[in-house]
Ligand binder design. Structure first.
Ligand code: ZN
Length: 481
């Protein structure tokens, strides 16, 4: 923790030294997915970016509380205030309960993220589980005079807020300029101003996801959940709020305004935004036909290749997905993982330090301290890969000290911080099942060997009752669920 970490803060538009609110601890909130469809490419970049951030802070000795929400209500089709609820619409189309939609895609999201070797968040709150907190937050914003009730809905009063604070401070917008460029100064529907946004929406009679409130049967506005849940789990002031650049406006701008309106301060020290992905040079989107689900992508490229590919670019830079780029990433990953395997068997002996080799772990750490510069960190990992290959072909000799330096890279920084591993290990339940099956089949093998066919058949039948099919082959016994 003696290391100084620099983070680019969207709010100040410069790199700042990271000074945590509570010494030794990092509170991180990341806007998670709206779970109404298969996880896609767009989910992978923020997940990997903030995963490396969490892993790196933990490597430096910080205790990290990583909160990433699940949006399961209130995210309307046209982002904030208009259109169908994305989940309710999907539920209607597929004749499901909205919570069935949520469950299906939450599981799919978790699975896709696990295969990218991202660690699960410390807390994963759901918007629908925090309706009470959101209603309380609305009351506080109303009491402070920055919201109004209109026909059963509650709207945030942007002009009133902007008279005291600065609406647009995060995204670099100026509300007066915005107003000057708008033809109609009148609000639409129940809104007084076109920039006001919903804190609570009155539900129409056919709307299925709704809750009672002091104002109407309805549901919270999308921006509200993150203000309510980040405060609940990380406190009135916390360290880092992350998310994709597309969330900067309006989502995070509105969150910041809600925080300030309710508690007099923005509540977040560092706002981090990862840049977006383009596909063959075009912004990703369903309409362009380049909307790739991760499940489809994993059939062609391993999740680890995708992780490697994401780390090759700095998180604030653009990243273009193409087959060529992914094939190159696949080769690069192979070289790194081969070096991890080869490294274990490298000869080394007492001797003098090679300062260049011994300085490599420091260079990787230094790059990550500099606003999580993963491409520079990876370049130094490749320096270490070259060293491994030179030792292997006999053109270089390693001292014990050199070997130790390399072990910091190949046994800690590559697997634990960059999260690059051969394959994502199975869950602990899967490992237990595998271990139990090995044991049971061993007992059966022994029974057969002593011609105790009653026991071996009974094992086979009881496994069958449990849904486990076993097949004897010349190489042993295979099993499947
Ligand atoms: Zn959010």
């Amino acid at each position: 923790m003696t290391r100084t970490v620099y983070i680019y803060n969207t709010l100040s538009r410069r790199k700042e030294e990271f000074v945590p609110v509570h010494p030794g601890m990092v509170g991180l909130y990341v806007c998670g997915p709206t779970v109404y469809g298969e996880p896609h490419l767009g989910h992978a970049r923020p997940a990997v970016t903030y995963d490396v951030l969490v892993r790196f802070f933990r490597y430096l000795g910080y205790k990290v509380r990583y909160v990433r929400n699940i949006t399961d209500v209130g995210h309307l089709e046209h982002d904030a205030d208009e259109g169908d609820d994305k989940i309710a619409k999907k539920a209607r189309l597929e004749s499901l309960e909205p919570m069935e939609v949520v469950q299906t895609y939450t599981i799919a999201y978790h699975d896709a993220m696990r295969r990218l070797n991202t660690l699960p968040p410390s807390i994963e709150p759901r918007a629908s589980g925090h309706i009470i907190e959101q209603i309380e937050l609305i009351k506080r914003i109303l009491d402070a005079g920055f919201a109004y009730v209109s026909n059963g809905s509650v709207y945030f009063d942007v002009p009133a807020y902007n008279r005291k604070y600065h609406y647009g401070v995060l995204s670099g917008r100026d509300i007066d300029d915005m107003m000057a460029n708008t033809r109609s100064l009148d609000g639409t529907g129940d809104k007084r101003s076109p920039y006001d946004f919903a804190l609570w929406k009155k539900a129409s009679p056919q709307h299925i996801m709704k809750w009672p409130s002091p104002w109407s049967e309805g549901f919270p506005g999308w921006h509200l959940e993150c203000s309510a849940m980040s405060e609940k789990y990380l406190g009135e002031e916390f360290d880092i709020h992350g998310g994709g650049m597309d969330l900067q406006f309006p989502h995070h701008e509105c969150e910041l305004a809600q925080n300030t309106a309710s508690r007099g301060q923005g509540g977040v020290k560092y706002w981090m935004h990862n840049n977006l992905l383009t596909v063959n040079g075009q912004k990703m989107g369903k309409s362009l036909g380049n909307f790739t689900t991760l499940a489809d992508l994993y059939k062609v490229y391993s999740p680890m290749t995708i992780r490697f590919f994401i780390l090759q670019a700095h998180y604030r830079g653009t990243l273009d997905f193409s087959n060529d780029a992914l094939s190159a990433a696949e080769k690069g990953l192979k070289r790194v993982l081969q070096a991890v395997r080869d490294f274990r068997n490298l000869p080394h002996a007492p001797g003098s330090r090679n300062e260049e080799i011994c300085g490599l772990p420091e260079k990787v750490v230094e790059a990550l301290c500099d606003d999580l510069n993963t491409p520079i960190a990876m370049a130094h990992v490749f320096d270490a890969v070259r060293v491994v290959n030179q030792v292997k072909d006999g053109s270089l000799k390693l001292s014990d000290a050199d070997y130790e330096a390399l072990s910091e890279i190949f046994l800690k920084l590559v697997p634990d911080v960059l999260g690059l591993v051969d394959e994502v290990s199975a869950s602990s339940e899967e490992k237990t099942v595998e271990g139990l099956m090995d044991m049971i089949l061993e007992v059966r093998r022994e029974a057969k060997a002593r011609k105790d066919f009653a026991t071996s058949d009974s094992i086979r039948d009881r496994l069958k009752d449990l849904g486990v099919t076993i097949k004897d082959t010349k190489d042993g016994t295979e099993w499947s669920l």
